[in-house]
Structure formats: structure tokens, C-alpha cells
Design a binder for this molecule. Sequence first.
Ligand code: ACO
Length: 403
Amino acid sequence: AFDIGKLRDQTGYVTLDSGYKNTGATKSAITFLDGEEGILRYRGYPIEQLAEKSSFLEVAYLLIYGALPTEAELSHFSGQITKHTLVHEDMRKIFDGFPSATHPMAILSSLICALTGFYPQSVSPDLSPEEMELNIIRLLAKMPTIAAWTYKNNMGHPLNYPRNDMDYCANFLYMMFSFPTEKYDINPVVVSALNKLLILHADHEQNCSTSTVRLVGSANASLYGSVSAGINALWGPLHGGANQEVIEMLEAIAADGGDTSKFIAKAKDKNDSFRLMGFGHRVYKNFDPRAKIIKKAADEVLQALGMQDSPLLKIAQELEQAALTDQYFIERKLYPNVDFYSGIIYKALGIPTEMFTVMFALGRLPGWIAQWKEMRENKEPIGRPRQIYTGELERDYVEMNAR
Ligand code: ACO
């Protein structure tokens, strides 16, 4: 029989909070989030202002170092990143070992972890501030190169080396989409939309992937190893993987004849595991402030690219309208989240669906770095959650012939 007294003796008292819905894991000075009011601020600055006025590298600097950079600081920071965009030539060989069906997120996390092999000093638990700085710069600089090469390699295209005369976003688009045989023109509308998307994804306090980065890092694991773990967490369809699932869902609805009401009914049916991807959020019980900005950006991008009549966009708009007026979604406070619209923009920008979550990782990188650095600098103890044990109480080993 279950003996609570005996169990207590064995485990002591612990608080159970499945999914950490109400448990703070750390103190942090990086990102403020009020899910009830729909407020998001990086280091105190409202996301709306940053998305409108800032550049992605400026926001990265803000998140990592705590203040907006002066012109000289930003120029030094961008210059350092530009200097480190190349990756070791031996990294190209690692790509060859992956079967062609490998998901880009698996390749990305493997290659980010592989950086530890090229920079062995990075695994030291006692990094000097200069070494920590260099690891941060390397990671910010090399991630776009690795991400773009992941795509090019999967497509069997020649790999493009970084162009240091271009800014962060333009260089990434160049590495993704240009061919040595053709002239590649950068579209400023696309560059500006990408800049905005990356800023909106740059940090979101203690979400699943960021908590993973901090937890792994709390064991004194390296920055590259910790971020590699975060990439795998982000890949999950309930987290960053949702942006890929949104487009796949919209395409499935289109292929099925475009009847959105059928899919809304499925999402409400408790005997059906189908969920409306891109709706709902653990923390936002109000409109996701990022979704508002992205929705506007999506309209502008589709207009500028002449794609405002896209059938997928029409389905997305119908779903959004239906969900915003349906009691089921209203009662549960299920609003469209950032992933609902980001997938639509990525699609319009020509980013292949399986690369959507890689784009999210590219955006989230400064947040992961800032959180890892904060955790290290605060000398946080190793993360080690407890449990409520529900297994067998003590029992004697049974000999094989007696089982
Ligand atoms: N479609 C239909 N019903 C939903 C949805 C959805 N997308 N999301 C939540 N619900 C329902 C649940 O079935 C549950 O209903 P019940 O109370 O009748 O049982 C209720 O709303 C609460 O849902 P939970 O799963 O308990 O909420 P939780 O906070 O744990 O989950 C999550 C949040 C994972 C984001 C969820 O809303 C979901 O699965 N959404 C779809 C996936 C998605 O878009 N993920 C991206 C999140 S944003 C990001 O990571 C950047």
C-alpha cells in the first residue's frame, strides 16, 4: 500500500509545478514580459520601439551588454563580428556526413557544438572576460554562415562564403540565395523584414530553449554546448518548431479545399489531438505584442512583393478571424502568437519551410548568449530540479527463476 509517511522520509518535501507554470528559476535583468498586458521589453526598451528603430546587431549588443551601444561601440562590435564570419574549412567535411534527409536544426545544433573542437579553450569553466567575449563574437559571426550552409548543402548547391561588405541580414540572405553563376540583387524590403523578425525573436525570458541553455550552462558547460542544447529545445513543435508547422497546416488546409471551419472544429474537439498551430502561448493571455508587429510587417512585405493575393494568406486571415470570434478560443485566451505570422513572412521571403526554425534560432541567439553570460556572471548554482517519486517502495530482488 502507498505509504505517504515513508515516502516523505525518503524524499523530503518538494514543490511540484509541472511545466514550471509558476516557478521562477532565476533572477534576470534582461527581458521583462507581462503576459496579461501583452508587454515585452528588452533591458527596459519596449519591443515596438526596438523593432521600428533598431538594427539586429544593436539589439544583440543591448541584450548581451545591457545598454544601447554608442556609434563607436556598435561599429567596433559589428566590425569584430564581420571579422569572424568564416568557419574553419574542416567544418565543410562535417556536412558531408549527414544523410540528405537530416533536418537543418539537427545539423545546426551539431555544428554549433562542433565549434568546441575548433576552439578547445571555449570549454574551460574559467574563461577570462576576453575569452568569453571572443566566444560570443565567434558564435554571432559564424551562426549565419553555418545556417546558410546547412540549407545550401541540403540542396546540393555550392556553398557561398560570407560577404563582409554586407550587413548581418543582407550577408545571410546573400549566402542563402545567391549562386556563383548569377548576379544577386539584395532586396531592401526583404532585408528590412528580416531585421525586424530577428529583433522580435531575440529574447523572451525563461522560455523552454533559454531555460535549457541556462540549465546546461549551469553545469559549467561551454557556451557552444549550451546553445547547441537550446537549438534542440527550440526545434520542438510546441516551441520554435511551430512556425514550420503553421505553414504546413495552412498548406494542408489549402490542399483539403480551404475550408477553415473544418479545422477550427477539429482544434476544438477534445478527442482529436489536432491543435491550431500558431495559436496560444504559455505566458501571453493577451495578444502577443510581437504578433501585432509581425502582422503589420507581413502585410507590408506581401504588398511590396506583390503577393497580397496569396491563397495561404487568405486562409491565415480566415483562421485568425474565426479564432478571434469563437468562444472556445476567447475563453481560453488563445490568440495568434509570433509563429503564426513569422511563417507567412518567411514563406514570402522565399525561405524554405524546413529552414523556418533555423531562422528563429538565428534571431534567438543573442538572447541565449545574454542569458548564459548572466548566469555565469551571477555564479548561479547548478540547476537540479527535484521530483515527487511515484514508483515502487523498497522491495527485495527477485531471482530470475522466481519471476
Ligand atoms: N489549438 C486548440 N486548443 C488549444 C491550443 C491550440 N493551439 N492551445 C491550447 N489549447 C487549449 C488546450 O487544449 C487546453 O484546453 P482545455 O483547457 O479545454 O483542456 C487549453 O487551451 C490550455 O492549453 P494548454 O496546453 O494547457 O496551454 P499551455 O500553456 O500548456 O500551452 C502552447 C501553450 C504549448 C503554446 C499551446 O497553446 C499550443 O500547443 N499551441 C500550438 C503550438 C504553438 O503555436 N506553439 C508556439 C508557441 S510560441 C513560441 O514558442 C515562440
